[in-house]
Design a protein around this ligand. Sequence first.
Ligand SMILES: Cc1cc2nc3c(=O)[nH]c(=O)nc-3n(C[C@H](O)[C@H](O)[C@H](O)COP(=O)(O)OP(=O)(O)OC[C@H]3O[C@@H](n4cnc5c(N)ncnc54)[C@H](O)[C@@H]3O)c2cc1C
Length: 317
Amino acid sequence: MSKIWVYAEVDNGKVDNAALEILTKARELGEVEAIALGPGATEAAAKLGEFGAEIVYASDDEVYSDYIAQPHVHAIAELAGDNPPDLIIFATNYDSRDIAGRLSAKLDATLVGNVVDLPAANVARTAIFGGSMFVDTELKGTTSIVLVRPKSFAPEPSGGEATVIPVEAEISDDLKRSKRLERHEEQASGPKLEEAPVVISGGRGLQEPDNFKLLDELAAAIGNTAVGATRAVVDSGWVPYAYQIGQTGKTVKPSVYLAFGISGATQHIVGMKGSKKIIAINKDEEAPIFGLADLGIVGDALKILPQLIEEVKKRKS
Ligand SMILES: Cc1cc2nc3c(=O)[nH]c(=O)nc-3n(C[C@H](O)[C@H](O)[C@H](O)COP(=O)(O)OP(=O)(O)OC[C@H]3O[C@@H](n4cnc5c(N)ncnc54)[C@H](O)[C@@H]3O)c2cc1C
């Protein structure tokens, strides 16, 4: 049976949702162990066990939150030692990408990025041509590493419990060269884009940045709703990159996805096509987004939005 390691990012005891998604998939592939490094890692072990990790290698040492990648790589390589796993799975997050890249060099292990599925422990599936085709790559060598796109799998607890094994790697000063100097918490009032049950997105059809306020207003009226955007408007500086959905942005799978003034380019669709219900509003009846939508409304988004806001408010009052 294959031995699978899942690297779980933790933030003061809270496990990154992507790690839970990956653990759920990893359970199908072999014996699953997780690695959690940084403050709150031991506390996070219970959650990791609940989602299928039989063993959690954990360290609460602040060195893993204060310094970037090098201490983690050293610790994981030491754990791998003479009995390395067949596969190490990382989520495509900023810190994980740094660690996975360096680890690949250190272990001389194959690394495949942008993975959307793992049909077997030695097969990584990636999407090409904006998600319209898939490629399966056979992973060879003692240990392989993959970076999986968040939202590729649905997280489901297995109800297990993990044994915690403390990570006691010595981190020398030589491994403390990239220090994290500051942390910025993004201010957000609503749910996270990747976790919201309803996502309202805007594209270039909204005409100007100020009109994004209409999406905020609709999101507030519906409640528990996040606002997203296409790359076209992010690149134009209308909204920050954190809003971007698609191939080079976030992947979302809400219950309802509303697209206002979005053409439906494949690079956008790849990030939202897993939504349960898609509602598209576009003034061009030939817009490709209508090919995907469960409900299509041909019309001017700027006229429809105020009416929709009023109607939702009326029904909620
Ligand atoms: C390598 C690469 C990566 C990319 N990654 C991403 C990505 O991650 N995410 C992403 O979104 N894009 C990505 N893109 C860009 C993508 O190809 C499209 O250019 C982009 O998605 C288009 O955004 P849009 O739909 O807002 O704009 P447009 O394509 O310009 O569409 C605007 C739409 O608004 C409609 N419209 C105009 N006025 C109104 C109105 N008043 N009411 C209603 N509808 C109206 C128009 O009919 C049109 O369909 C990527 C491109 C490349 C090359």
